[in-house]
Design a protein around this ligand. Structure first.
Ligand code: S3P
Length: 741
């Protein structure tokens, strides 16, 4: 602990148990208080507290201890609080700040109001959410509150200066301090802590009372043990808490009882669909909420915000690999499968964070989806009119495709929805979908400059429109087409250049009449979608990293299996071939309406080119790694007409230019592209900016670097390519998480 200047004169801690003792000891060690005085009814505890250095001195008498106190911490059992407050109210406490550690706040505040009759400006109610299975002053631990939450529930009349002192004390102990209203605190704790304890105590007792109890406990496997671990907690303390937080506990218990009754009915009625719905949602709920709280697409196991990749220089690629499923097709499979009538089976689904965000969104709206398990999903479609309102805002992490396409679906629902995302998604333009959807009759509110979150008002009647896309965007096209499923009359979208047509293809596969006439797509509404089988090919956007890697690493030969080669996606192959790459398509076939092939790539001498603008939308996601190819090519590569790159997960023109310059490449960003002079690559320290494709592009660049490349902020690689590092290792690309081999 870093020593600090004393800001509190005398701290008095009443009640020297685990919590009071740890608070006293931690603050005494920190130096924040000039003197720490303990009060306890038990003589042994008082003696130990001094011997163990928990306090400077102890008093048996409350009045004696409180003389000259600046802060008084009440750390007695919650049911003893009422009497203690009454005693304190009878003393002259001067301007001492009063605070407490009770696990329920409503009753403590009520007792304080009665005792102090309106003189509450120096009272700061608090609750540290920390503990241990040990108890008593001998278990005092100065580090007990480090990285634990402490909730302060200041009252309307609480003096801000008093609040600041208590806040400062907890922060000095390393706690994460939050402020909350008393009622809210009690509701939240009733649901997250008190109810689970009640269930654990209740379940163990219920089973223990039965005649066959020995057998039950003999065969009680991990599930029973895990679920009931907390039934080993202190009965007296918990009895206190339930009596103290009666109203809030009853409310949460009643809600839970009705949910439990619904489960009982489902079991009774053999309603597997209902059970699956609950279980599949619950299974992922903890992880899902963890992501929302961290406002990220992906939380790595260590919980650190900077995942660093270190890519070793040199290497050669060989072998046959299959990269994960296509992201765009995976999103659409969930959406159309959910809106179809019947059961859709999906294979090859991308289990990356972006597609999982779409999956979770539809689960939130009541669709039962089994899996994913090794890329397999079973979607129990609810029909076009079968979605239910999500229980709260729908969080889409890093995924622009989820937000834009969902906006089209949700614009036509009878209920309101809110769509939000992580920091990167919250910066991306959504006006481009809001504008045409509004033209169709949708009511959509955005944050400033058309950014997320989106609030979509339900209950609107949409009409088909004839829309000219102002930019080449498959997401906008798809959003309008999906809204068109619900619109009165036909919906037509004309694009300035061809973009990926997976939505059109899949809609047809689900029996929806979509026609294409040159640059114009038309969709007639009013027809139900029919469930289908979908096999998702490997994602050419993920394969692209290995196409470039094998091209630039001398002596490489690699086969990428079962890659989707839809002509609206193969710009990367065309561009690399124009640069001299050796890529052949083998075993071409059709899989569920999408062309697929195995791609063989051999190392080749690349040369710089002027990238034809017509190819830009057909390779839009592959430019970060194409810039790496250009950096390794002989001569100059020029890209124009690619301003869309500036509004992807990062500003991919600027971010790639910055990184390439760090590793010694001469390049010049322009408003709508970049000029790159091929050259020699050194090593260095670059930033992924939370953009998966930037992180992977620089991993590939190291093949031609003279020293390692360290890449910061790589966690979002999991949005599109969760096993990227494992596949790199398999084919000979030496990149790993820092600290791991
Ligand atoms: C996508 C379309 C493209 C692409 C994105 C996925 C899709 O975005 O960059 O990764 O699945 O429709 P734009 O429509 O913004 O070009």
């Amino acid at each position: 602990m870093i020593p600090v200047e004393p800001v509190v004169g005398r701290l008095v801690v009443v009640g020297l148990g685990l919590i009071g003792g740890s608070f006293a000891k931690g603050l005494r060690e920190s130096g924040l208080c000039r003197e720490v005085v303990g009060v306890d009814l038990d003589a042994q505890s008082r003696k130990l507290a001094v011997e163990l250095g928990v306090v400077d001195r102890c008093e048996a008498d409350l009045a004696a201890a409180c003389v000259g106190a600046d802060v008084i911490q009440l750390a007695v059992p919650i049911l003893a609080m009422e009497k203690l407050l009454a005693k304190l109210a009878a003393l002259d406490l001067g301007s001492a700040v009063l605070t407490d550690v009770g696990s329920a706040k409503g009753n403590v505040v009520r007792a304080a109001r009665e005792a102090f009759a309106g003189r509450l400006s120096h009272f700061v109610p608090g609750h540290p959410i920390a503990g241990s299975e040990q108890s008593g002053v001998e278990a005092s631990n100065a580090a007990l509150f480090r990285h634990h939450k402490v909730i302060l529930t200041p009252l309307a009349e609480t003096d801000p200066a008093a609040l600041a002192v208590v806040d400062r004390m907890w922060r000095t102990l390393g706690a994460d301090v939050e402020h909350m209203q008393v009622e809210r605190h009690d509701e939240v704790l009733a649901a997250t802590s008190h109810l689970p304890h009640l269930l654990a105590f209740g379940l163990v007792d219920s089973l223990a009372k039965r005649n066959e109890n020995l057998d039950i406990f003999r065969y009680a496997a991990g599930g029973f043990r895990d679920f009931t671990r907390i039934a080993g907690s202190d009965p007296v303390m918990w009895h206190d808490i339930f009596l103290a937080n009666r109203e809030a506990v009853l409310r949460t218990l009643d809600t839970f009882r009705s949910d439990l009754d619904a489960l009982r009915e489902a079991v009774d009625a053999g309603d597997g669909h209902q059970l699956l719905g609950v279980f599949t949602r619950a299974r992922v709920a903890r992880e899902h909420f963890g992501k929302i709280l961290a406002r990220r697409a992906y939380m790595n196991a260590k919980g650190s915000s900077d995942l660093v990749f270190v890519a070793q220089p040199g290497g050669q690629l060989s072998g046959r690999v299959r990269v994960p499923g296509d992201k765009s097709i995976s999103h659409r499979a969930i959406m159309l499968g959910s809106l179809a009538e019947g059961t859709t089976e999906v294979e090859g689904f991308l289990e990356g964070e972006d597609a999982l965000a779409t999956l979770q969104a539809f689960r939130d709206m009541g669709v039962v989806i089994e899996g994913p398990h090794h890329g397999r999903l079973t979607i129990h479609g609810v029909g076009l009119q079968g979605l239910k309102p999500a229980p709260g805002p729908i969080y889409l992490g890093n995924s622009g495709t989820s937000m834009r396409l969902l906006a089209g679906v949700l614009a036509a629902q009878p209920f309101d929805s809110v769509l939000s995302g992580d920091a990167s998604l919250s910066r991306r333009p959504m006006g481009r979908v809001a504008a045409p959807l509004r033209e169709m009759g949708a009511v959509i509110e955005t944050a400033a400059e058309g950014r997320p979150p989106l609030t979509i008002r339900g209950g609107q009647t949409l009409k088909g429109i004839d829309y000219e896309l102002p930019m080449a965007s498959a997401q906008v096209k798809s959003s309008v087409l999906l809204a068109g499923l619900y619109a009165q009359g036909a919906t037509r979208v004309t694009e300035p250049a061809p973009t990926r047509d997976h939505t059109e293809r899949m809609l047809r596969g689900f029996g929806c009449p979509v026609t294409v006439d040159g640059a114009r797509v038309s969709l007639a509404s009013g027809k139900a979608l029919v469930a289908s089988r979908i096999e998702v090919p490997a994602d050419i956007s993920s394969a692209a990293f290995f196409l470039v890697a094998a091209s630039i690493a001398e002596g490489s030969e690699l086969v990428l299996e079962h890659v989707g080669v839809n002509p609206t996606r193969t710009g990367v192959i065309d561009i690399l071939r124009l640069m001299g790459a050796d890529i052949t398509l083998e075993n071409p076939r059709q899989v569920g309406g999408e062309p697929v092939a195995d791609l063989r790539v051999r190392a080749a001498k690349l040369h710089g080119i002027d990238i034809p603008e017509a190819l830009v939308p057909l390779a839009i996601d592959e430019f970060p790694v194409l810039f790496v190819a250009a950096a390794c090519a002989q001569g100059r590569t020029v890209l124009r007409g690619a301003q869309e790159l500036r509004v992807k997960e990062s500003d991919r023109i600027q971010v790639m230019a910055d990184g390439l310059q760090v590793v010694g490449i001469n390049c010049q960003p322009t408003p709508d592209g970049i000029i790159i002079e091929g050259g020699k690559l050194g090593g260095g320290e670059v930033h992924g900016h939370g953009d998966h494709r930037i992180a992977m592009a620089f991993s590939v660049a190291a093949l031609r670097a003279s020293a390692p490349i360290r890449i910061h902020d790589c966690a979002n690689v999991a949005t599109s390519f969760p096993n990227f590092l494992a596949l790199c290792a398999e084919v000979g690309l030496r990149v790993a998480e820092e600290g791991k081999s």
